[in-house]
Design a binder for this molecule. Sequence first.
Ligand SMILES: [Zn+2]
Length: 149
Amino acid sequence: MMHVYPPDGATFLSPHFRRREFICPCCGLLDLDATLLCGLELLRVLIGSPINASSGYRCEKHNLRVGGYVRSRHLAGQAVDAIIVGVPRIRVVEAAESIYYFSHGGIGVYPDSPHVHLDVRGQRARWGYLDGNTITYDEAMQMLRDEAA
Ligand SMILES: [Zn+2]
């Protein structure tokens, strides 16, 4: 785990990602698992498009406020909600599946939301979520395929 200081949002943490993309929006703190950055850099190369890390680290207070899961990987600095403009999400998820850190981590697909959840928890987890309800990963992936067709 990296405890990332100084608190300058413009600081680069890796070639394409700055500190401000991962900080907790309520307090500005940041803990970050460095393998998440490795995975995101690989993903960026594979899809050839910028990745907006819309939600990275969350402190416990902020996680509660946004209704996050009590054991959310965001609390451990191991998760990001990635938004990639101009690339169909099915391609993003397929690329993530080919990257070790994510294939052995968590991928959450939310067909009615612009982001894809990616985490580096160290074991495989897959899920879908639609209209406030859990759906299977296969159902969610099929929706992304339909959307891209
Ligand atoms: Zn906070």
